[in-house]
Design a protein around this ligand. Structure first.
Ligand code: X2X
Length: 344
């Protein structure tokens, strides 16, 4: 007989002696509670369960549970199950959820300079992205996040370089973006960028995107291929223009009180596994980029590869770079340009 069953029998016997009726169903929850984790935390995000973020998060939670001998349990809530991004950010701050992954641009609604990594056409490729985000630019932003009372793990997770999809026409040059009804995530930088392109951007949380495209509330959206695929946006879009117009990531955030409640040794184990999972997730997303174009083409999405010049020129002409350099300040801008080269 195993320990659990023996405990259950004893508990039953004790109650029987006390005049109760032996009813295992009543005692089972009691036993489960005795074995439950000391720290049971929620991790919420906006992506489908099949996206590498949730696959790696699931493994990460298992490893944390194993290495802490069950003392720390992290339950993953994918697909905006606990709310849209702006709502989940409030829940993270109040402690309703303990962990949350969020785009630096959406985080800028709380930490203004966090969006700096999302400036249009800044990073030429992943080499520069990881140097910057694992280097001084990432350290600068994490410092800003800390000032807002939120903990950001060292390794930012990847979302990817973003591409524009539409139900109407391929985007060949910046002129094709004029008047386009395009969904953008909730962030001043996103809205500013598509206003600079003279589009008609609509801010929506990701939870609402599929329906907004399906009902033609908007004609376009922009996201990396891994999301276009796992969120099945190809079902409600026809064209995919490979603009690579910006890189986007996900800061892995923790409610500070909840994180600091963990004894130091457990905190170190948790941080170690979150950061390690993030590095693996980066590799997964990179690998997917290599194979998804073919898969999505087979599903009916029509790809084109516009040249970047007209888009860059339009942003410059609209004063986009000058405006945001002014907002972030010279020091932060110089930290970005250290990795991207001159941007204005
Ligand atoms: O909302 C989006 O488009 C997404 C999933 O890419 C972000 O989280 C920024």
């Amino acid at each position: 007989m195993n320990v659990t069953r023996r405990t259950l029998m004893k508990a039953g016997a004790a109650t029987a002696l006390a005049g109760g009726v032996f009813a295992p169903a009543v005692f089972a929850p009691h036993v489960a509670r005795a074995q439950s984790a000391e720290f049971s935390y929620k991790y919420a995000n906006n992506l489908p369960v099949t996206h590498p973020m949730n696959v790696r998060a699931g493994e990460m939670a298992e490893k944390i549970k194993a290495e802490t001998q069950g003392r720390v349990e992290i339950k993953v809530f994918p697909s905006s199950q606990l709310g849209g991004d702006t709502d989940m950010l409030s829940q993270l701050r109040s402690g309703g959820i303990e962990f949350f992954t969020l785009s630096p641009l959406i985080l800028s609604t709380l930490v203004p300079n966090a969006s700096i990594s999302g400036i249009g056409f800044a990073f030429p490729g992943y080499g520069e992205v990881w140097k910057a985000m694992d280097g001084d630019l990432g350290a600068y932003v994490r410092g800003q996040i800390a000032k807002a009372g939120i903990v950001a793990m060292d390794k930012i997770w990847d979302n990817g370089f973003r591409q524009i999809t539409t139900s109407t026409k391929p985007i060949e040059t910046a002129a094709d973006l004029k008047g386009l009804k395009i969904r953008v995530p909730v962030s001043p930088l996103w809205t500013s960028m598509f206003k600079a392109f003279e589009s008609a951007p609509a801010s929506l949380n990701f939870a609402e995107v599929y329906t907004a495209l399906q009902t033609r509330t908007v004609d376009a959206q922009e996201n990396p291929l891994a999301i276009i695929s796992t969120a099945k946006l190809y079902e409600v879009q026809k064209y995919c223009s490979v603009t690579n117009h910006m890189w986007d990531g996900f800061w892995f955030l923790a409610n500070r009180r909840a994180f600091e409640k963990l004894p130091e040794d457990l905190r170190a184990v948790v941080a170690k596994h979150i950061n390690a999972a993030g590095v693996l997730e980066r590799e997964d997303v990179f690998a997917l980029n290599g194979t998804l174009r073919k898969e999505l083409t087979e599903k009916g999405l029509v790809f084109n590869e516009p040249k970047v010049e007209s888009f860059r020129d339009q942003l410059r002409k609209a004063g986009f770079y000058a405006e945001w350099k002014g907002k972030y300040g010279d020091e932060a801008w110089a930290t970005l340009e250290k990795y991207t080269g001159p941007l204005s």
